[in-house]
Design a protein around this ligand. Sequence first.
Ligand SMILES: Nc1nc2c(ncn2[C@@H]2O[C@H](COP(=O)(O)OP(=O)(O)OP(=O)(O)O)[C@@H](O)[C@H]2O)c(=O)[nH]1
Length: 294
Amino acid sequence: MPEQRRILIVDDDARNIKVAANALNDTGVVIGFAKSGEEALNRLRETPFDLILLDVMMPRLDGFQVCSRLKEDPRTAGIPVIFLTARTDEESIERAYEVGGIDYVSKPFRTRELAARVRVQLRQLDLIERLEFLATRDSLTGVFNRRRFFELGSVMLAEFRGELVAMMIDVDHFKRINDAYGHQVGDAVLRQIASTIETTLPQGALFGRLGGEEFALLVRVRDAEEAMVYADRLRECVASIDLAQVEGSGLRCTISIGLSVAEGDVSLDAVLNEADRMLYRAKDEGRNRAVLRG
Ligand SMILES: Nc1nc2c(ncn2[C@@H]2O[C@H](COP(=O)(O)OP(=O)(O)OP(=O)(O)O)[C@@H](O)[C@H]2O)c(=O)[nH]1
């Protein structure tokens, strides 16, 4: 069940807010409101909204200026804006689209028409989110795919350089599972491992499947020791997964982990390569173990 959509109505006249909110009664959305452009920008910094109904004529910051600012900020640029205004001249309508508005409704509006236009935008949002999910997730496990992992990982590295550890995680002797039980069971095992790892993730950690039976993790840690404690716990969690539901015959599997702390101005590629080298060492040393560069 998707979360309820949130709509922000921005108008300097409280009566207009009330009329618009009433018009949306049957759409099942949660309504927030702001009585000036400044208040709207502040609210949007604190609370996420899915759609904005924006008046144009307001003192100080007008609706066009508010919309331009929203579109300049990557955190709010994706929120669709419907202008709701008494202005009906062609120049204003053109301007509304130029500054990034997605629709334009003139006041006084017809309530069912406003609700219908809002519903159209909410349907578009559902579609965009669905497409975004497909483009950024691994289809087998639902965790981030390689592309998204690298996109988010680069941002994370820029922000938390020096506090991050990269981990490369590989399932041990996975080919044997495929060979013995078939590819479908192999798939189910990968899904189970991914979801188990997800349940252990500390706040803010980034986890993705880079391909095959290889996963990667970026985690904020105080020091290398904390990273090793976490990696060992992760390993134990996977080793203790009861794969009985998957295969029913006492099937177990283990993972090996290579770790590298992101130091200096190391790139994401470099730190993951280093973690990968440590992963090979873990495999060489007998598997079901974690090895930290150092
Ligand atoms: N079921 C399934 N198997 C996959 C998938 N992707 C890769 N594999 C299999 O994963 C296996 C990886 O085998 P190897 O690279 O030899 O490694 P391994 O058997 O895990 O051995 P070590 O990594 O050395 O412990 C191959 O048999 C691939 O076919 C997938 O999406 N589903």
